[in-house]
Design a protein around this ligand. Sequence first.
Ligand SMILES: Cc1cc2nc3c(=O)[nH]c(=O)nc-3n(C[C@H](O)[C@H](O)[C@H](O)COP(=O)(O)OP(=O)(O)OC[C@H]3O[C@@H](n4cnc5c(N)ncnc54)[C@H](O)[C@@H]3O)c2cc1C
Length: 402
Amino acid sequence: MDLYAGYPFWLIKNPLYNYINEAEDGMHTDVAIIGSGITGALVAHELCSSSISCAIFDKRAISTGSSAASTAQLQYEIDVPLCRLLEKVEEKTAVIAYRASLQSITDIEQLFRKTRIDAEFERRSSLFLASDKKGCKEIKKEYETRKKYGLPVSLLEQEALLQTYGINRLGALWNEEAAQMDAYRSAILLLQHHQRKHDLRLFPYTHIVRHDATRNGYILYTDDGKQISCNYLIIAAGYQASSFLPRKVMDLSSTYALVTEPLHADQLWHDRSLIWETAFPYFYLRTTADNRIMMGGEDVSFKNERLRDALLPRKTKRLLEKCNELFPHLPVRCDMTWCGTFSSTKDGLPYIGAYPGSRNLFFALGYGGNGITFSMIAAQVIRNKLKGVRDEREAVFGFNRK
Ligand SMILES: Cc1cc2nc3c(=O)[nH]c(=O)nc-3n(C[C@H](O)[C@H](O)[C@H](O)COP(=O)(O)OP(=O)(O)OC[C@H]3O[C@@H](n4cnc5c(N)ncnc54)[C@H](O)[C@@H]3O)c2cc1C
């Protein structure tokens, strides 16, 4: 499956990490990670930093899966608002999930600070708009719920929203705990950092087509007949992980995104907040370091790549119209546009950790709109698992959650 089509901004803005290294038949690694996207990179970071030796295998060029197409907004708010998540999962699960997401933004920030990686990580505020009257009721309920559990949130009434942002909606939730980054650049720089510092081994263009359990771990089979052995296997294969899973855990959708031509910094909205809304699928916007607006949404159920790609012109037009409805004064013109495939789960939570009944096999599947913050959590949970450290997040995001 092509994970995306069109012109993802980050792939044009950044140079390709054109690294070639062929896996040898019969090679062994303590930990094998399948996938070199932001998830695989964060898992490798956590393991290398704990002196656990690992190697990454990817069927594509390094980090050119979904991470290269991501709009990379980091928000603690999960796609499913807390007040609704509480109806779907146990109270403890919902609250830990929200708190873990909040913490992961700080953890990502600290990671880049510590490694001195310039991933265009920038702290931002988050503005969650009421799309209509129903949305207005929902944000009020959500405000009370988040307050109850001590999560950072403020309520902006219609007048304040208009005054501060020039946006004419019935109200919004606001918090200053969000961030944005360049997920493609982050993954590549992180992997290069650990290649230099910890001898991390990368094997691009290495398609793993089968894995068999052995007494001590796994044998991986490549599409060109090689065998690789490992003690532990970590699946960070993104939206193509279903071939490693005994049962379906996610639904695929097609999603659309674009960046505008650069504007003047003073034309952009207050605080350059990340903006999204209560309607589902939601429309969302952020800005880039060079003063473009990056926006996305218009999700539809995924049937195949051909149908997904055919909708791109129409969806691009619709995204620009939505931006105009929000900010009628902004002279926005599309520069690059792309579409991608996206996965979500029934409760909006990712699947992280061991698959029940499988030994030494761990999944890092950050499905949902918070893919990157979930990747950070997955990396820490798996590191803790390998080190024998208890982690309450394992049950929250595990395959057996209630
Ligand atoms: C348009 C769009 C917008 C998004 N916006 C946001 C956002 O604002 N915020 C956010 O947090 N998330 C967002 N997401 C989600 C986020 O981008 C993903 O969760 C994240 O990039 C997934 O990273 P990953 O490393 O798990 O997957 P990927 O980057 O896809 O990496 C997985 C890798 O595994 C490799 N692979 C798969 N199968 C095999 C195999 N059998 N053998 C070898 N290699 C294999 C693939 O080639 C791929 O390179 C968005 C996604 C899209 C498409």
